[in-house]
Design a protein around this ligand. Structure first.
Ligand code: NAD
Length: 422
């Protein structure tokens, strides 16, 4: 792929965009047909994914353009119902493109599984006994996943935490598992269940919960980028962006919405690639609160040249195998479009989108406000709510815009007028 920086990408037809984005990406005809909506998603597949299936729920997939991640141009698929999210990420990425784009690093693909042990009479001594038997515990767990072990993954270490609850000192054993290119929940949960009888034997306690934690603090992704102050609207706007970040970092009420904006971008890519959105959301928010106060997941500063520098750090437990990533044809196509060959690369691109999305919100909030950017798509949604037929939507939106009045009651009137005339 030569460049993700395509002027007027949003003005192209759906077919033209599809052609550009999927060219030379190795998508099968079936993947292309399902992604483009030409073939329906098979009900048999839907029925094999979840229980009690009666139908399907579709969402649009759009492409975030203008992204350069670790020196490589990339188109990033985003699945979302929210207007402006994809345009916002693309616009913010444009302001970093000529300054090198976004760079990422990862702490690896390590997840934690928790095994809760109750009724331990000597928790401190039991902790020592667990460490004495560490190799045996690791070996027992790894027997359950030879594929993962063969790939260089599996349990690498064991930690023992003594958690003081209202009633007792609980012994909680953490299995430190390298899950490689998988998100890893099934792998870790299976190991945690399998090793429990051994843990009970060593501790003399009773194992109850055995499950992964989504606070994946050993699977952090970091992304940073320099964004052009000139393209963002000048020094005053950039000053306001930095103070908007400082506000979020100091005030949980603002941080909640600041991080929600970041997750608009992140969750859309996580969903498009068939990954677990709830796992990523849980990890992000618990990590944002790790100091005891809920804070910003990003930081924003001004560099020597006067440009804006942003960075983001959060857990990113995503996979390119496992879960729905390989069974859902659209997820498979999304991964091919991004050209990722490891979970780490995917995590980096997702973090890059989160960073850009945050900048787009902060820029709009610091300048004209976010409503004006939302209005055209918002007006479209309101027209649909008012019962507009597809052929009339553009006309209704145009009229509402000319009147500078985007309210549901007025759009309802316009819709009635136009559809009566027709
Ligand atoms: P999985 O079990 O479908 O696949 C992982 C397995 O694939 C590994 O155990 C390994 O044996 C094999 N594998 C093959 N090639 C691999 C490679 N290159 N790297 C790593 N493993 C490879 O999936 P998973 O990732 O263990 O679990 C993810 C699923 O678990 C998601 O659907 C998620 O929604 C679900 N889940 C999440 C939670 C949670 O987050 N709290 C809890 C339960 C289940």
């Amino acid at each position: 792929m030569e460049s993700s920086r395509i002027k007027g990408f949003f003005k192209l037809s759906i077919e033209e965009r599809f052609e550009i984005v999927t060219m030379d990406k190795g998508l099968t005809e079936e993947e292309k047909a399902i992604l483009s909506g030409k073939s329906p998603f098979p009900m048999t597949l839907a029925n094999s994914m979840v229980e009690n299936v009666i139908g399907q729920f579709s969402l649009p997939i759009g492409i975030a353009a203008n992204f350069k991640v670790n020196g490589k141009d990339v188109f990033i698929p985003m699945a979302t119902e929210e207007p402006s999210v994809i345009a916002a990420a693309s616009n913010a990425a444009r302001t970093s493109y000529d300054l090198g784009g976004i760079f990422t690093s990862s702490t690896g693909s390590i997840m934690r599984g928790q095994v809760q042990v109750l009724d331990v009479v000597d928790p401190h001594a039991a902790k020592s006994r667990i460490y004495e038997n560490k190799d045996k515990i690791i070996e027992t767990c790894n027997l359950k996943d030879p594929t993962l072990v063969q790939l260089g993954g599996g349990v690498k270490d064991v930690e023992v935490h003594l958690i003081n609850t209202v009633k007792e000192t609980m012994l909680v054993i953490h299995l430190i598992v390298d899950t490689k290119d998988a998100m890893g929940a099934n792998a870790v949960n299976t190991m945690a269940e399998h090793v429990s009888p051994l843990i009970e034997k060593i501790t003399g306690g009773r194992v109850v919960l055995r499950i992964i934690t989504n606070l994946a603090d050993k699977r952090l992704i970091r992304a940073r980028g320099v964004f052009s102050t000139r393209d963002l609207g000048g020094e005053e706007v950039v000053k306001n962006i930095v103070s908007a970040y400082e506000f979020a970092d100091a005030d949980p009420y603002r941080a909640a919405t600041h991080n929600k904006g970041i997750m608009n971008g992140i969750t859309s890519v996580v969903l498009a690639t068939g990954n677990d959105t709830r796992a990523i959301e849980a990890g992000a928010h618990s990590y944002a609160a790790r100091t005891g106060r809920y804070r910003s997941l990003t930081t924003w500063e001004v560099n020597h040249e006067g440009n804006l520098v942003g960075s983001i750090e959060l857990p990113m437990a995503v996979g390119i195998v496992g879960g729905a990533t390989k069974s859902h044809p659209v997820a498979k196509a999304a991964l091919k479009i991004m050209g990722v060959t490891s979970s780490e690369q995917l995590a980096g691109m997702i973090a890059a989108v989160g960073l850009a999305e945050n900048l787009a919100s902060l820029r709009a909030l610091s300048a004209e406000g976010i409503q004006s950017g939302h209005m055209r798509l918002h007006a479209k949604n309101l027209s649909l709510m008012a019962g507009a037929t597809f052929e009339n939507i553009d006309l209704i939106v145009q009229k509402a815009f000319e009147e500078k009045d985007i309210r549901f009651d007025r759009i309802l009137e316009i819709t009635k007028e136009i559809q009566k005339e027709g």
